[in-house]
Design a protein around this ligand. Sequence first.
Ligand SMILES: *Cc1c(COP(=O)(O)O)cnc(C)c1O
Length: 380
Amino acid sequence: MAMLKKTASERGRAWIELDRQALKNNADVLKSLLPPGCELMPAVKAEAYGHGGAIISRELNRMGIHSFCVACASEGVKLRRSGVRGTILILGYTHPQDFDLLRRWDLTQTVLDYPYALSLNSFGKKLKVHLGIDTGMRRLGERCENIDRICEIFQMENLKIKGIYTHLCAADDSSDRGMEFTEKQIRSFYGTIGRLRDRGIVCPKVHMLASSGILNYPKYAGDYARVGIALYGVLSTSADWEKCGLPLKPVLSLKARVTSIKNMYQGEHAGYGLDFTAQRNTKAAVLSIGYADGLPRCLSNGAGSVLINGRRAPVIGRICMDQTTVDATDIPDLQVGDEAVLIGRSGSEEITAMDLAGQAGTITNEILSRLGSRLERILI
Ligand SMILES: *Cc1c(COP(=O)(O)O)cnc(C)c1O
């Protein structure tokens, strides 16, 4: 039986490596764009975009970051159970049956709109909240022009309002329409805060920027910047990346093993549906990763490739749930146990999450956030 190479690490079937220094670098680079006094409030929802919610948040805690946002209460509870300290803001909906979790785990809930404020208030016990303001996205938040209702929310006796925020939905769009819309959102938001002040209501913490806002509108930051994708060292698309020009470094690499090597004769088929036919005598390498791990199935049949020993090996046939086969005919010195890099570097070659997103017709946020729970996460 072939043994694992000495150079190959102790890791098992398929795993994610997280680069601690890249994370620190990205936090520093992004913080340096923001006005003094504005803190990063990393978006660690969806397991920190697939990286691993607890492992990333604890590492950020160690770097002195103490504010986070998540999508839902269960994510917040999971972070607390793994020892994450500081403010944890839930950006989305919590069902009233889970309101007690907010108190038990010291989570801060977003007020989604006026009716939701009534629902939170009727819980009957004090809850920490940030008030969402809708300035044009039409997703979450009370409409910014409804000043009377917003004031009423501030009067509700069980809501401890710790912050107020909006979300920009075209901050990555540098067309005239996109920029005009974003500027209008920013004016509306600060206009609302001004009108509240006129009525004697001083807003607590104020925030509005996500990654593209930090890159394009940093001076409007306020107290927190809810950074997500950029903190992980990638942007949503390659086009965003090309115009950004910041020294951000990808935090995540995705790797698996060569589990067996199949020598195929010219004319033989491989895989489900016999999609692949060997055009030459082919050395096929079977890898221990599949679409259940988050590898998009649409990368089948040569649409995607992996790196082994610094060379590219295209996917052959259909990606399976747990396994993928690649054409490794041109890989020198191929052995069972070799590392296959699906995202990351090998020798002088690199595959980025942005490459994968382009091949799969989506954005990196989706590729990363769908990386599976059975991948081991390792901080290096
Ligand atoms: C996900 C999310 C963010 C982070 O967005 P990125 O574009 O990944 O930086 C910020 N704010 C809200 C409300 C979000 O839902």
